[in-house]
Design a protein around this ligand. Structure first.
Ligand SMILES: Cc1cc2nc3c(=O)[nH]c(=O)nc-3n(C[C@H](O)[C@H](O)[C@H](O)COP(=O)(O)OP(=O)(O)OC[C@H]3O[C@@H](n4cnc5c(N)ncnc54)[C@H](O)[C@@H]3O)c2cc1C
Length: 391
C-alpha cells in the first residue's frame, strides 16, 4: 500500500512536491484557496524562475509556458550610472503565480491528486495528521503551522530590512536585451524591473525594495490601485529616470485592480523537521526558509528544497516508519545550499561591500565579468562566494 502524504499549501513548494510525489504516494493537497480564488486574487510575488528551477519543472512534467518574455539578461545600474547587461546562461521566466498556481492545481486534480479546500489552523494540525503518514507544511510566509525551531545562525534580523512594493504594469517599453533591470540606490533601496507573463498578456513588473523609513518608503497608507499607480509614477520620476523615459503615458496602468502588493518580510530560517507526539512533521519552502525577496531566490530555493525532499522520500518509500532520522537527513541535504542563499541574500540587504562594488565597476569594462555577475542569480553559490570571500 502506498504511503499517504498530506501537503498543506498549494504554492510553488506544495505544487512541485505534488508533481514529484504523486506516482509513488497517495498525495492530498490542503489549501485555503481554490484555483479560481487564486486566479482572481491579489498578486503574490515577482517569481522569476531561473534555469535550474525551470529544469526541475521539466523533470517533474509540470506545465510549460509559451512566452515572448523570456528573461535573457540582468542589467545593473548603481545610482544613475548604468554599468552593464550580463547574459544569463539560459533564459529565466516569470509567470504570474495567480495564473501558474491555478493551472498546476487544476492539472494535478485531473491527474488524481486529492484537494481539500480548508484553512488549517495550528490547533488542528495534529488531529489532521492522523489521516497521513506524513504532513509537509508548505504554508509559505504565513506559516509555519508547526513550531519548527528557529536556526539562529541563519536568522540575524528581528525586523524587515526592506519594504517590498510591487505593481504589474502595462505601458513600459522593455529593455534590450530583454531582462531584469536592477537599480541600486545606496542606502535608499532598489528597483527591479521584470518582464512577466500574466492572464492579461505580458507586463512589466516594477518592484521597489525600499529601506524602511527612507525616501523610497513612500507608499505608506496607499490602498487603491489608482493611488498606487500615481505614487509609482512619482517614485519612478524621482528615482529611476531610465524607466521614466520608457513609460508610455497613455498606456501606463496596472494590468488589473489586483496587480499590486505591499509587504515587508522578516527573514527567518527554521530547522524543517519536528516530532510532535511521536509523529514526524516536515516543512518546505517559505514556511521554514523565508528570505528577503531582494535576490529573487525564494521560489528558486523552495523548488530546490522540494526536489531534495521528494527525492529523499522516494528513496525511503519502503521504510516501515518515517521518523526524526529522515528529517535530519533532509536538513543535512539542504542546509549547505540554504546557508549560501540565505547569507548572500542577507548580505544584499546591507550596504554593498567595497570589493563587490569594485567587481560591479570592473564588469562595466568586461563582458565576461558582466555575464558572471548575471549568473549569480541562476547559481547563487557563485554569488555567495563573491560576496563572502574577499580577494
Ligand atoms: C514581493 C515578492 C517578490 C518575490 N520575488 C521573487 C522572485 O523574483 N523570484 C523568486 O524565486 N522568489 C521570489 N519571491 C519569493 C517567492 O514568492 C516565494 O519564495 C515562493 O512563493 C514560496 O513558495 P511557497 O510554496 O513556499 O509559499 P507560497 O507560494 O506563499 O504558498 C503558500 C500556500 O499555502 C497556503 N496556505 C497558507 N496558510 C495556509 C493554511 N493555514 N491552511 C491552508 N493553506 C494555507 C496558501 O494559500 C498558498 O497556497 C518573492 C516574494 C515576494 C513577497
Amino acid at each position: 500500500m502506498k504511503k499517504r502524504i498530506g501537503i498543506v499549501g498549494s504554492g510553488t513548494t506544495g505544487l512541485q512536491l505534488a508533481y514529484a510525489l504523486k506516482d509513488d504516494f497517495e498525495v492530498t493537497i490542503v489549501s485555503h484557496r481554490s484555483p479560481e480564488q487564486l486566479r482572481s486574487g491579489r498578486i503574490m510575488s515577482t517569481q522569476v524562475h531561473f534555469s535550474p528551477t525551470r529544469a526541475r519543472e521539466e523533470r517533474f512534467h509540470m506545465p510549460k509556458w509559451e512566452s515572448d518574455s523570456m528573461i535573457e539578461s540582468i542589467h545593473i545600474t548603481v545610482g544613475d550610472q548604468k554599468l552593464f547587461a550580463g547574459m544569463l546562461e539560459k533564459p529565466a521566466l516569470s509567470v504570474d503565480q495567480r495564473l501558474a498556481y491555478s493551472r498546476y492545481a487544476e492539472e494535478l486534480e485531473r491527474a488524481g491528486v486529492s484537494f481539500q479546500q480548508k484553512k488549517v489552523i495550528k490547533e488542528e494540525i495534529e488531529a489532521f495528521s492522523d489521516e497521513f503518514d506524513l504532513v509537509i507544511d508548505c504554508t509559505g510566509k504565513n506559516g509555519p503551522l508547526i513550531p519548527f525551531p528557529v536556526e539562529k545562525e541563519l536568522t540575524p534580523f528581528q525586523t524587515p530590512q526592506r519594504k517590498c512594493i510591487v505593481g504589474y504594469f502595462k505601458g513600459v517599453k522593455p529593455t534590450s536585451p530583454l531582462g531584469v533591470s536592477v537599480t541600486v540606490i545606496p542606502e535608499i533601496g532598489e528597483m527591479f524591473e521584470i518582464p512577466s507573463e500574466t492572464e492579461y498578456g505580458p507586463v512589466t513588473i516594477l518592484f521597489i525594495t525600499a529601506v524602511p523609513e527612507g525616501p523610497l518608503d513612500m507608499f505608506k497608507g496607499i490602498k487603491s490601485p489608482e493611488a498606487f499607480t500615481i505614487k509609482m509614477r512619482e517614485a519612478v520620476e524621482m528615482f529611476f529616470p531610465d524607466i521614466h523615459e520608457r513609460i508610455v503615458d497613455i498606456d501606463f496602468a496596472l494590468c488589473d485592480e489586483n496587480g499590486f502588493l505591499q509587504i515587508a518580510i522578516t527573514p527567518e530560517v527554521r530547522i524543517p523537521y519536528l516530532n510532535v507526539n511521536d509523529k514526524l512533521f516536515l516543512g518546505c519552502g517559505d514556511s521554514v526558509i523565508l528570505n528577503d525577496p531582494i535576490t529573487g531566490q525564494g521560489s528558486n530555493l523552495s523548488s530546490y528544497c522540494a526536489e531534495q525532499l521528494s527525492d529523499l522520500l522516494i528513496e525511503h518509500k519502503h521504510s516501515v516508519r518515517w521518523d526524526e532520522e529522515l528529517g535530519r537527513l533532509y536538513w543535512e541535504r539542504i542546509k549547505p545550499f540554504v546557508k549560501e542563499v540565505t547569507e548572500w541574500t542577507n548580505a544584499m540587504t546591507q550596504p554593498l561591500p567595497g570589493h563587490v562594488i569594485q567587481m560591479l565597476l570592473s564588469a562595466a569594462e568586461d563582458q565576461q565579468k558582466a555575464d558572471e555577475i548575471a549568473r549569480w542569480f541562476e547559481n547563487p553559490s557563485t554569488a555567495h562566494q563573491a560576496f563572502l570571500t574577499k580577494v
